[in-house]
Design a protein around this ligand. Structure first.
Ligand code: ADP
Ligand code: MG
Length: 465
């Protein structure tokens, strides 16, 4: 009984500190807009960097030819080739291959990482069949999706600002990632030119626009989180170059680094941040994205074990191990709707090492997953609402005109596979926008839009175009 009382008290405390009432979300969205504006002014203290991407035109559908793309940014990297057939034929053929990145390469040297990637790319190019056509005498061209913050110096060059998402490679910061990749391709004897360097959000935006003209923003919810959107070039105070003809410029917000006193950090967030590879950084990302959600759940379960003997008198040693509980496992527990919560039981046994958990303990574990996922989804929805506010698409037009249709492309394993997360995100966004506005806002999964998007941008920036 004493134990039950303690468990109840800890859970109540967790519910309170991780709660995100709608009024709080509105405040967070406003803070996001404020930081976006500071970023566009070039304020070095802005919480979001608002990086200029040099993408001032999105795909039109006219792109033609054979193009490659390479997507590096998380646990896997993907290589892709696509034969584009122009307005009528569109994507004629595409093939891809996915390779997981050996963990030691994520914390090794930049040469090792790029050599590994170039080798995989080179192998992939060798498998190019006769159904792909490169005009005689032409060099193959590649769109490089690199999902880390980059100070872009042109559409096809940029220097790494910092690593995120568990990558930590010495000596790469400040280096031009395209030249690193190009040198590695040369070492492989691979003759290929990088004509576009894009963030995955920008690739997803481009891929999304290719299939839907009303796409104005793209959000990634995977290992990390980030967003890109189409801004009016004249609203970018820090832009000193000529205004692009289109009048537009895609901005890579790097919103994962958002922080604000409006963001309520719990003791679990603070401890996880403190022990992370990048303390004090990527605070919003650490509350939302797939790399971290399971770990937050683990920390809460650990507190329940410590303070309220949730798993009996001894704290399960496995539960002490950072990152043992991965977000896909959390998702599996959360979606368990069986009467005896069998999946939760199996996960607790396999991951935490406690056999024979009671139904009550399983319910509690599932409930913790629910709390953490719901907070993440609601915070992500607040960010999207912030972007819609920045675009002026959060309310009906003044004077009663017709509401323009707004599409948002979303991608990433968290959004794609964690159904309770994505449905909570969507319902929260509807709630924030209100019924009238939300009926003209569409969110859609742009499955691997970033690969195709990078290839499309490689095409529109081809040396032969
Ligand atoms: P990345 O972000 O690394 O480029 P993805 O977009 O494929 O790659 O996202 C992978 C991430 O998505 C994983 O790190 C994991 O956190 C999350 N994820 C994958 N599958 C699931 C799942 N079934 N449930 C919840 N999260 C998942
Ligand atoms: Mg990705």
């Amino acid at each position: 009984e004493e134990r039950k009382r303690k468990v109840g008290a800890v859970i109540e405390d967790v519910e309170r500190t991780l709660s995100t009432p709608t009024a709080l979300l509105r405040g967070i969205a406003d803070a996001m807009v404020t930081e976006m504006e500071r970023g566009l002014r070039g304020d070095i203290h802005a919480a979001v960097k608002m990086l200029i991407t040099y993408v001032d035109n999105l795909p039109t559908g006219n792109e033609q030819g054979l193009f490659y793309a390479l997507d590096l940014g998380g646990t896997n990297f993907r290589v892709l080739r696509v034969q584009l057939g122009g307005k009528e034929k569109r994507v004629v053929r595409q093939q891809y291959n996915e390779v997981s990145i050996p963990p030691h390469l994520m914390v090794g040297t930049s040469t090792e990482l790029f050599d590994f990637i170039a080798a995989a790319l080179s192998k992939f190019v060798e498998t190019e069949g006769d159904d792909f056509h490169l005009p005689k005498g032409r060099q193959r061209e590649l769109g490089f999706t690199f999902s880390f913050p980059v100070n872009q110096t042109s559409i096809s060059s940029g220097t790494l600002i910092k690593w995120t998402k568990g990558f930590s490679i010495n000596g790469a910061i400040g280096e031009d990632v395209v030249s690193e990749l190009s040198k590695a391709m040369e070492r492989q004897g691979l003759d290929m030119k990088v004509t576009a360097l894009v963030n995955d959000t920008v690739g997803t935006l481009a891929g999304g626009r290719y299939v839907d003209n009303d796409v104005v923003a793209a959000i990634i919810l995977g290992t990390g989180t980030n967003a890109a959107y189409v801004e009016h070039a004249n609203a970018i105070a820090k832009w000193t170059g000529l205004l692009p003809k289109s009048g537009n410029m895609v901005i890579n917000t790097e919103w994962g680094s958002f922080k604000s006193e409006k963001l309520p950090l719990s003791e679990f967030d603070k401890a996880m941040d403190f022990e992370s590879l990048n303390p004090g950084e990527q605070i919003y990302e650490k509350m939302i994205s797939g790399m971290y959600l399971g770990e937050i759940v683990r920390r809460i379960l650990l507190k329940l074990a410590h303070d309220a003997s949730l798993f009996g008198d001894v704290v399960p040693p496995k539960l002490e191990q950072p990152f043992v509980l991965r977000t896909p496992d959390m998702s599996a527990m959360h979606h368990d709707s069986s009467h005896d919560l069998n999946i939760v039981g199996v996960k607790l046994k396999d991951i935490v090492g406690v056999a024979d958990t009671s139904l009550e303990v399983r319910y509690i574990a599932r409930h913790i997953c629910d709390i953490v996922a719901e907070r993440a989804a609601r915070l992500a929805a607040a960010g999207i609402f912030g972007i819609l506010k920045k675009l002026g698409r959060d309310k009906l037009p003044r004077g009663g005109g017709k509401m323009p249709r707004t599409s948002i492309a979303l991608d990433g394993g968290l959004y794609e596979h964690y159904k309770k997360f994505s449905s909570c995100l969507e319902s929260t966004l509807t709630d924030l926008l209100g019924e009238d506005v939300s009926s003209s806002v569409v969110t859609k999964l742009a499955n691997d839009g970033s690969g195709i998007g990078a290839a499309l941008l490689a095409a529109s920036h081809s040396q032969y175009a």
